[in-house]
Structures are given as structure tokens and as C-alpha cells.
Design a binder for this molecule. Sequence first.
Ligand code: UD1
Ligand code: CA
Length: 455
Amino acid sequence: MSLKVVILAAGKGTRMKSSLPKVLHCVADKPMVQHVIDAAASIGAVDTVVVVGHGADQVRQTITSTVQYAEQTEQLGTGHAVQQAMPLLEPNDTVLIAYGDVPLTRPQTLQNLVAEVSDNNLSLLTVVLDDPTGYGRIVRDANGNVIGIVEHKDATAEQHKIQEINTGILAGKAAVLNELLNRIDNNNSQQEYYLTDIFKLASDQGMSIATHNPDDEWEVTGVNSRSQLAQLERIHQQNIATVLMDGGATLLDPARIDVRGSLQTGQDCIIDVNCVFEGEVSLGDNVTIGPNCLLRNVSIASGTEIKANCVLEESTVGENCAIGPFARLRPGTELAEQAHIGNFVEIKKSTIARGSKVNHLSYVGDSVVGERVNIGAGTITCNYDGANKSQTIIEDGVFIGSSTQLVAPVTVRKNAVIGAGSTITKTVEENQLAFTRARLRTVDNWPRPTKKPKA
Ligand code: UD1
Ligand code: CA
């Protein structure tokens, strides 16, 4: 059997009050519809069909995976939407129907639903809600068999009391779905072709309907407004925080961490409040992250401490480094073990070898820095001449005095010393002292200015 997933994503999402199609709004920095596509892939879907309508071009452009598209130009109902995907399915396919605005269903839940599908049944995900208002109600007979679904707007007062609702997520053979969908009509309060109508038709012709429940309600929560989006984001973040703690990380407040991508942590990492992790981030053992840090696509080896208020992007940090507070590592930074990067230091596209220190107020860009180098406060690599970038090479054991400008391209060879306040424009050889410094002049008894009396 081949599993195909159909994702309904044609709706407008009026209540989002957005120019962005609803399914492109993000949870954890990933479009909702992409979450569903990824879940489909993780349960082995051989093909995913996204039914697009409102903002179809934008949806197509944003989705990064290889999927098929079916266009629903007019939103005539969920049943009509599924019908648009039918030409892309084979009769013998097992088809899972999901929704682009229900992003957090566990793959295992979808798997359970799919596992139940046979040639002569439907499999439906339902949930019992304290307040079922607005949802389609699951109608069962005296034996507990599902005999239909009635939409809230079409339900009787008696049916409104039913608390078991339709999540919308279901599975069945393509041939079965196709045959049933061909028989639905739009004679209902919304004049829509309801997907839900297939359940009465199936039941009437003696098919069985298997139902499943998700372990958690949030798995089937859809997003219709920005406040629902924010609620789901919080739930998702809480779930991620729990996984991190279960994996051996200490979060000083699990309610104040945001992971927008994947975060791998070794043992005994400590993460303080208000840290944001984006893309692929990995932390070795015993890594400490201070409050208010942003880490995007970085890998940090064991024992390193990142102090408060640092921003690290596309960088690699070795073992037992110390970074920050208030440090910025820009893309292409590679720090070897025991490097120290202090406050108000910016490093870009540079490698810094073992044990070197850039502790205060410096910019190091397009540079190769050797081992045991000490770069004094206020050092700037002048890597840009207004047109091109050039490289600075600082070899092992160099000492750079404070407030030095290194005008690239330039090389400072092993164990050289640069005097404070120098502008270095040519190669400094091994063991040399180099400095450029205007002669100090002094004027005795200098008359300091005094304030003019007010007119
Ligand atoms: C639907 C179900 C209801 C269920 C509820 C769960 C039907 C008739 N009703 O109701 O039983 O309790 O979901 O949230 O199925 N869509 C399209 N094309 C369309 C219509 C809808 O792509 O023509 C998409 C929407 O973008 C949305 C989803 O299908 O993502 C559900 O549509 P919506 O109109 O919100 O259905 P509900 O009234 O919520
Ligand atoms: Ca809905």
C-alpha cells in the first residue's frame, strides 16, 4: 500500500486579518502547513498533495518540500476540497486527510489512524471537548457505532449536547473516499460540500468507522486567529522544553525559552531565561548559556560558557571557551578551545585558535588568529576599503596593544608585539615590536575654558 496525505490549505483565514495566507503563519518559525508536510513525511507518505486556493502562489513558493498541488479555485467546502486532490491519487492508495492550519498532530497519532484503514472502512480522529461549540458532532447509534457527523450549524438542540467532535483528520482508501465524495451534496445550512457527509453514507452502506483519539487535545487544535496561534506556539515551546529537560538540560524557566528549529543538548547544560535558539543548534556537555542570548545555527562544544546578552550566528565554538557578556559572533566564526571573547566584541568570518583572547570592545573580521594571541581593548581589523574585503593574519603568540587598527591585507608574524594605539599597514615580522605613535607633547598650565555668563 502506498500512503498519500492530502492537506487542505485553500481557506482564507479571514480572522487572521493578514495578507499572508493562514497556513503560512508560523509556529516555531516554521509555516503551519510545513509542520503538517513534515509530519506526513515522517510517517512515510510517498506523496503529499496540498490543496491550495487563497494565496495559492504564495503557498507554493513558501513550501520547501517536494509536494504535489491541487488547486481549489472556489472554496465550496471540505468535501469539494478533497475532490480536487482525487485525480492525483490511485484507487488503492491509503489516504490521510489533514489540515494546513492544524500543525501539531503527533506523527504517532496519524500513524495509528492510518494503520486502521481497510478496503471497506474509514478511520476518524475524534476528541471529547468540554465545550464542543462550533465543531461537527460525532453521532453514534445505541451500540456506539458512528453513524454520521452533523455540523454545529445543522445540528439539533439534542445533538448540540454531544461532546465528541470531529477533528477533521481522517483516513481511508482513495477508491472508498472517491465513491463516497461523488455522492455528497450541498443541501445544508452553509451550502457547502461537507467532507463530513461521507460518514453517514458509509455507515448507511454498512461500512465500519474506526475512531481514535489523540493523546493530547493540542494535537488537533486548529488556528483561526492570532491569539490561537500564540497559544499553540506556547504549547509547542512547552513541549520542547520538556523534551530538553528530560534529556538532561537545566532550564532555569521552561516557560522562557524559545526553540525555532532543533536544539540538541549534551548532559548538564544550563540555559538561563529568555534565550532563543534558531535553526540547528547543538550544545555539548556542561555548556552554560546566560540570559537573553540568541543562537542561530551554531555548535558549541563542551564546557563553554556563554554569558548574558550574546548573539551567535552560523558559528562553531570549541570546548571551554568563554563568551560575552554582550558579544556577537557573526557568520563564519570558528573559535578553538579555550578562546575568550569578551564584552562588546564582534567577530566575523574569522578563525581564532586555542587559548586566544579578545576581551574588550573589538572588531575582528576576515581574520586568521593563531594560538595564545592577546588582542587588546578597542582593536579593529580594517577589513573593508569601501570596495573589497581583505584578510588579516595574526600568528601564534602575538600581543596586540589596545586601540590598534590592523589595515588589511596585513600579517603580524609569531610573537610580535604591537604597541597601543598603532595603525598597522604592513607585515610585522616575528618577534618585532611595531608601533605607530605621534610624539607626546605637553603644554604646562593649560588654561581650561570657562563658561560664558548668561546674557
Ligand atoms: C470542519 C469540519 C467539522 C470539524 C472542524 C474541525 C466539515 C464540513 N466540517 O469544520 O466537522 O469539527 O473542521 O476544525 O468538514 N478548506 C478548504 N476548502 C474549502 C473549505 C475548507 O481548503 O472549500 C479548508 C480550510 O482552509 C480549513 C479546513 O479546510 O483549513 C476546515 O475548513 P473550515 O471551513 O474551517 O471547516 P469548519 O467549519 O471548521
Ligand atoms: Ca475550522
